[in-house]
Design a protein around this ligand. Structure first.
Ligand code: IMP
Length: 424
């Protein structure tokens, strides 16, 4: 009864969707436990591209139970849009369940996300402006609206009126924005509640029962380790725990249920949003990686910042997540580069070399990457299906990443389709 977790090891967008999709095909239950529609998974299946934000990737398989746990924040409007677009393409969502404890992203959360980013000016975080931070703020302030509330019209109206009144005050009096017509919001969202009601079930219980029955479970991570509120590059992080431990709290299962934790990394590094990025390539090589790798945000369309693989970051992820294996994606994107570089340590202004990822932005901003160089490769590797078929330069690169990150490379992605993978 394997229970796999798939986690992002860098700043997100590591191609988790593809690894998740491969593992989902072998699982009976697929669970999402944190984040919201700030996430974006692109899955290519039989030549068809699906962009999912909230619904677990397992939805593409009609027989899987797909669960959205208590730790998720759910924008009902967006979620219903996703349900409809899947229905239009003939994908059934009858096996989808949402925990009643999950919090609802209300329209004022989205507006407040935008207004507070604007207020920060040059010190903005670069959020996805999907209302994620403000929704988690209300959750921890203990004034949030949960899915349970949304599907109970009287409870919902009362809570939305109370919290909405305060939000209107903040929007108008602090930020000078426009107030919401609360009765209109209540009317609109009550309708969403009716659509969501059939999907609501206790995900903690369903996951526990599945585990007891010996079913294979896959927990799909959203965002990534460096976006974790505690172990990421704070404050340039999201508001949840995208770590392996976050899966347990966000689903309501004990850690002993988990049998295998896989971290996904790209063969290089990207990030969206602001904040220090030691191996960033602000040059032609960076542009080439961006264009060949299609490095533009799934959720916002923003061009991603690109850079060399950073083993200091991935080692940090191996430690904080307790990784059992790494999946290295998009190795094919590096084809045609004469030299490949990997950051093996950070040189500090005092000359010291840091081997562990530093806890503060001040330290991270002041460091210079120490690189190891590798011979590049020109062969088309998109058809390779075994490690031995890879050119020698690729094999050397992967074996060295394994040593530097102190973790076995269990999977290597050589193209966007889910068949374009090498399993070791
Ligand atoms: P928020 O999650 O919208 O509050 O954004 C906070 C930071 O996390 C920003 O830098 C976002 O770009 C980043 N972020 C949030 N979700 C994702 C994701 O799924 N992939 C990559 N970056 C993300």
């Amino acid at each position: 009864m394997p229970a796999n977790i798939v986690i992002g090891t860098q700043w997100g967008d590591e191609g988790k969707g593809k690894i998740i999709d491969i593992l989902a095909s072998r699982a009976e239950v697929v669970v999402r436990s944190q984040g919201g529609n700030n996430a974006g998974h692109t899955v290519v299946n039989n030549g068809e591209t699906y962009k999912l934000h909230l619904i677990p990737s397992g939805i593409l398989y009609p027989d899987k139970l797909c669960l959205i746990g208590a730790g998720v924040v759910l924008d009902p409007k967006d979620f219903i849009g996703e349900l409809n677009s899947l229905a239009e393409r003939g994908v059934s969502t009858s096996n989808l369940k949402i925990d009643p404890r999950a919090h609802v992203v209300m329209p004022w959360h989205i507006v407040l996300d935008g207004l507070s980013e604007e207020f920060r000016g040059n010190s903005d975080i670069g959020t996805t402006k999907r209302g994620i931070g403000p929704t988690y703020m209300d959750k921890y302030e203990r004034c949030g609206i949960r899915i349970y509330d949304l599907i109970n019209p009287e409870v919902f109206a009362e809570k939305a009126r109370a919290t909405g009144k305060l939000k209107n005050k903040i929007i108008t009096e602090v930020y000078g924005g426009n107030a919401f017509d609360l009765e209109e919001v209540i009317k609109e969202y009550t309708e969403y509640g009716k659509i969501l009601a059939p999907y609501v079930a206790d995900v903690s219980v369903l996951t526990y029962e599945a585990s007891k029955a010996g079913k294979t479970i896959m927990f799909e991570g959203a965002q990534a380790t460096l976006l974790d509120i505690d172990f990421g590059t704070y404050p340039y992080v999201t508001s949840s725990h995208p770590l392996s431990a976050g899966v347990c709290v966000g689903t309501g299962v004990g850690p002993k249920v988990i049998t295998n934790i896989i971290g996904v990394a790209k063969a290089y590094t990207t990030r969206v949003g602001k904040g220090p990025f030691p191996t960033e390539l602000d040059d032609e090589t960076g542009d080439k990686i961006r264009n060949v790798g299609g490095e533009f945000g799934t959720t916002t369309g923003r061009p991603r910042r690109t850079g060399w693989f950073d083993a200091v970051i991935v080692r940090h992820s191996v430690r904080v997540n307790g990784l059992d294996g790494l999946a290295i994606n998009k190795l094919d994107t590096l084809c045609g580069l004469d030299t490949l570089k990997v950051c093996v340590g950070y040189k500090m202004p005092d000359g010291n070399i840091l081997e562990n990822f530093p806890p503060t932005l001040e330290e991270l901003s002041g460091c210079l990457p120490v690189y190891e160089e590798f011979e590049g490769f020109n062969e088309d590797i998109t058809g390779c299906r075994s490690f031995e078929e890879l050119p020698e330069a690729c094999q050397k690169y992967i074996l060295r990443l394994e040593e530097l990150c102190d973790c076995k490379v269990a999977m290597i992605g050589v193209g966007p389709d889910r068949t374009q993978i090498i399993e070791r």
